[in-house]
Design a protein around this ligand. Sequence first.
Ligand SMILES: NC(=O)c1ccc[n+]([C@@H]2O[C@H](COP(=O)([O-])OP(=O)(O)OC[C@H]3O[C@@H](n4cnc5c(N)ncnc54)[C@H](O)[C@@H]3O)[C@@H](O)[C@H]2O)c1
Length: 269
Amino acid sequence: MSSATTDGTTTGRLRGKHALVTGAASGIGRAVATRFAAEGAHVVFADRDLPGADRAVAELPAGLAGTATAVQVDVTDEDSVAAAYARVLAGTGPLDVVVANAGVQLFGHDAPVADLDLDVWRRTIDVNLTGTFLTVKHAVRAMRGRTDGRRGGSIICTGSPTGLNGEGRDFTAYSSSKAGVHGLVRTVAAAYAADGVRVNTVVPGYTETPLVTAISGDAASRAAIVSRTPLGRAGTPADVEGIMVYLGGDEATFATGAIFRVDGGMTSL
Ligand SMILES: NC(=O)c1ccc[n+]([C@@H]2O[C@H](COP(=O)([O-])OP(=O)(O)OC[C@H]3O[C@@H](n4cnc5c(N)ncnc54)[C@H](O)[C@@H]3O)[C@@H](O)[C@H]2O)c1
């Protein structure tokens, strides 16, 4: 868990910053957005699931009331993404940090390539890769266009072990979408470094959220994935918060184009 005090605040490492997190109604996105608020940022909880995002904002610790808002966005739809950014920029001002985190994994449908339906491929790529592209595209526009005297910003994308090694061999669409995210991050980081826009990938390991109930709810599957995790346990959303705070804050101003693994050693050992 974060080092939040009873009123919900921590050490203020993101004090004065404005952040937007996609997929913030649930799991990793919700934990990261909540921690950003605790670190002093004003946070926009963005999600396709507006009631869920509203709930996440309403359930912030009492001391954080007023530090966050919710906005509906479907990251697969460019009009929706552009409208969400326009609303945020007009409402709360320039963005310093954007976390492109919304994602899906179609357990029971995603498969080894010879058995994979085109529709499952398209639905997965649409959210995880095209959705990240659109979130990043409009984040770059917002950060390059800021008129408040500050320069650039930090974009963080959520990757996956499946995009790095053979961990996702039964999930062709999901693994390919995440490998695409890793490539997108390198490309965008190189293209906009001179503008002060930093772009990095965070790779969580197996992290118990609603996304992976197909694994967490099946004892054999869970034991198998934990056995492939050298640190010997499942991750929690709180495990991913700290690296996101670092990348969003002023200690990370020399970090761009990189992959930060918080995966219990799954892809390194
Ligand atoms: N849980 C894991 O083990 C794990 C491991 C590595 C990477 N990841 C990645 O972390 C990210 C967060 O996953 P999670 O585990 O917290 O999952 P989750 O299901 O708990 O949360 C995902 C959120 O994304 C939102 N979302 C889905 N499609 C959307 C769309 N089109 N537009 C806007 N929002 C949309 C959902 O409504 C949900 O709130 C994903 O990108 C996932 O691929 C998860």
